[in-house]
Design a protein around this ligand. Structure first.
Ligand code: NAD
Length: 305
């Protein structure tokens, strides 16, 4: 049976470290870091994320300032708000919650954020620094995954790592961070031929695809470490029967609550083959917010204000 890599526990450790960092700033007579969160429209999932982010800020002493805009907001108005936040000396970090409603260009918005306040690490300047292996604000989810792996003593040097998914926010930066730590990295994606065989080569498998239960137990090399970034909501009982055959508790939750969250990896099957696995929920999910607040503190300290 594999070890469960507890993301919640590690997120708490990361948040405690941020809390101490904020306390240290106060002891030096500096103000609390300020994080501005911009939410456009009324996407229910985004509202939950923003609420969770604000609650986490309150716990560690970061000032969170929410800006809510209507779904019909024109691009020029969003851009003007970003410009205003860029110029505000009390704002250290700016986060534009994605996805933006139809009609708004997320790249334009993200590129407009000052790189020094880009706590999501999505600005081309910060992505370029990551590519060069230089310090900068790095995307929260892969940074937090690296922190989890380091905490659990996973030695990445020379390891065969496969990253499933090539998004700008998870797959690509994750691959770069693993490469920086001397892993031998393959990025696999929707056009990869014979995905199961590629995955079976991995000593470390990171799945960031958004396809529930894509990775079956037979795709996993015995003894591999598996990091499951995917978050998928399942409501269909027939799909649940297929995906959770090795997870009776999850199947039960689906039946009683009518919906359940799962990752891109079949957790019950992975537990039989891998040496360590992150669960969903309770794995990478809580780590992302901890990574965000770590970046907010770093941005404040970099500003020296
Ligand atoms: P994305 O849609 O931007 O990218 C998905 C990637 O998966 C693409 O590169 C695509 O090529 C690849 N892909 C799609 N179908 C595939 C298939 N059948 N086989 C192999 N590869 C395939 O997604 P993203 O933003 O990177 O997010 C991926 C998942 O991670 C989603 O479930 C998302 O909800 C989750 N996520 C979780 C967190 C967290 O905090 N835990 C953070 C970000 C994203």
């Amino acid at each position: 049976m594999a070890t469960i890599l507890d993301g919640k526990a590690h997120a708490d450790r990361m948040l405690e470290s941020v809390r101490l960092g904020v306390e240290d700033r106060r002891a030096r007579g500096l103000r609390a870091p300020g994080l501005a969160v911009v939410l456009v429209g009324d996407d229910p999932a985004s509202q939950v994320y923003v609420r969770n982010k604000s609650a986490a800020c309150a716990k560690v002493g970061i000032t969170s300032i929410e800006h809510r805009l209507a779904a019909e907001t024109p691009q020029a108005e969003l851009d003007a708000l970003i410009d205003q936040l860029n110029a505000d000396p009390d704002v250290d970090g700016i986060l534009v919650q994605l996805p933006l409603p139809k009609g708004l260009d997320s790249k334009e918005a993200l590129h407009r954020i000052s790189p020094a306040k880009d706590v999501d690490g999505f600005h081309p300047m910060n992505q370029g620094l990551l590519l060069e292996g230089l310090p900068g604000l790095r995307p929260c989810t892969p940074t937090a995954c690296m922190s989890l792996l380091a905490h659990h003593g996973v030695n990445l040097k020379g390891l065969r790592a496969v990253v499933l998914g090539r998004s700008e926010i998870v797959g690509k930066p994750m691959a770069l961070m693993l490469l920086e730590q001397h892993a031998t990295v393959t990025i696999a994606h929707s056009r990869t031929k014979d995905l199961p065989a590629v995955c079976r080569e991995a000593d470390l498998l990171v799945a960031a695809v958004g396809r529930p239960g894509l990775v079956e137990g037979s795709w996993i090399k015995p003894g591999a470490v598996v990091v499951d970034v995917g978050i998928n909501r399942i409501e269909d009982p027939a799909l649940g029967e297929r995906l959770f055959a090795a997870e009776p508790k999850k199947l039960e939750t689906l039946k009683t609550k009518g919906a359940v969250l799962c990752g891109d990896v079949r957790f019950g099957e992975a537990m039989q083959v891998a040496s360590a696995v992150t669960p969903v929920p309770g794995g990478v999910g809580p780590l992302t917010i901890a990574g965000l607040l770590t970046n907010a503190l770093m941005a404040a300290n970099n500003h020296g204000a």
